[in-house]
Design a protein around this ligand. Structure first.
Ligand SMILES: C[S@@+](CC[C@H](N)C(=O)[O-])C[C@H]1O[C@@H](n2cnc3c(N)ncnc32)[C@H](O)[C@@H]1O
Length: 251
């Protein structure tokens, strides 16, 4: 039996880790850390630094593994994601048979919170088809919480809904029907710049919670170019970027 704890670690600030998360990491026999190539080495380093700072149980092993890559050239996005998730479940299974052959407690550090635009829970479902698995989730601070906190704004307007979507969807399908507040994640190509900016305000944040944090806000028509420039410069300087933003349409 494998007891799998998915520990939300927040968005890059080691102080985002909760006491519940620290307890779960110390209860684990094995913590697996994904390596995602040179450009994302900083993110693996951050996970190692969190483990080094909070794990005091000498019996907890921290083991890196190479994360399989999604085939980004495959035009069938959904099929490529399915194959990718299967490959990850297979790698986890290999690590488990090497390091926990008799079963035990496994922990994974999940960026932000495991419930929001993260597939760890879906991959765990695949693993559960291959071995006896029980999953526990420790919630973490999401990128959206880090964004609204950094700008000191409420996520929603009074009694109003919020649409959370991806850059890909905003780019392909435009402004979501009936929405006034739209939170956008996973946007590699600045989908906001393709919208008609009339009456739309944006609150943008990159590297939220990290020392490099960048924030811009204002009418989309005024700040769109500024965001494009700052984003490109920051990406070039660091080799990677994670950003998210909230759009609100005047009603
Ligand atoms: C795969 S999703 C993971 C989201 C995560 N599970 C959460 O709860 O926030 C990655 C996306 O989250 C957002 N994100 C994560 N960390 C961020 C950060 N430190 N600053 C800005 N955006 C971040 C970006 O939109 C990024 O493309």
């Amino acid at each position: 039996m494998i007891e799998l704890s998915l520990v939300g670690i927040g968005t890059g600030n080691p102080d985002h880790l909760t006491r519940q998360g620290i307890t779960a990491l110390n209860a684990a026999d094995l913590v697996l850390i994904p390596r995602k190539g040179e450009s994302k080495a900083e993110l693996a380093d951050l996970r190692h630094a969190i483990c080094a700072a909070v794990i005091t149980n000498p019996a907890t092993q921290v083991v890196p593994f190479d994360m399989p890559l999604r085939d980004s050239a495959d035009p069938d996005y959904a099929a490529a994601v399915h194959r990718w998730h299967d490959a990850i479940a297979q790698v986890w299974q290999g690590c488990i048979s090497t390091h926990l052959p008799a079963g035990g407690r496994l922990a994974l550090l999940v960026w932000g919170d495991p419930s929001l635009y993260d597939s760890t829970l879906r991959i765990a479902d695949r693993l559960a088809l291959r071995l006896d698995l029980h999953v526990t989730v420790v919630p973490g601070i999401t990128a959206l919480q880090a964004l609204t906190a950094a700008h000191a704004i409420p996520l929603n307007e009074i009694n109003a809904p919020v649409t959370i979507t991806t850059g890909r969807r905003l780019r392909e399908q435009g402004w979501p029907p009936n929405a006034d507040t739209v939170a956008v994640m996973l946007d590699g190509s600045c989908a906001f710049s393709q919208l008609d900016p009339t009456g739309i305000a944006i609150w943008w944040g990159a590297y939220l919670g990290m020392p490099e944090q960048l924030l811009l806000r204002g009418p989309l028509a005024t700040v769109s170019d500024q965001i494009l420039h700052q984003r490109a410069a920051a990406r070039a300087a660091h080799g990677w970027i994670m950003d998210t933003y909230l759009l609100r349409r005047a009603t």
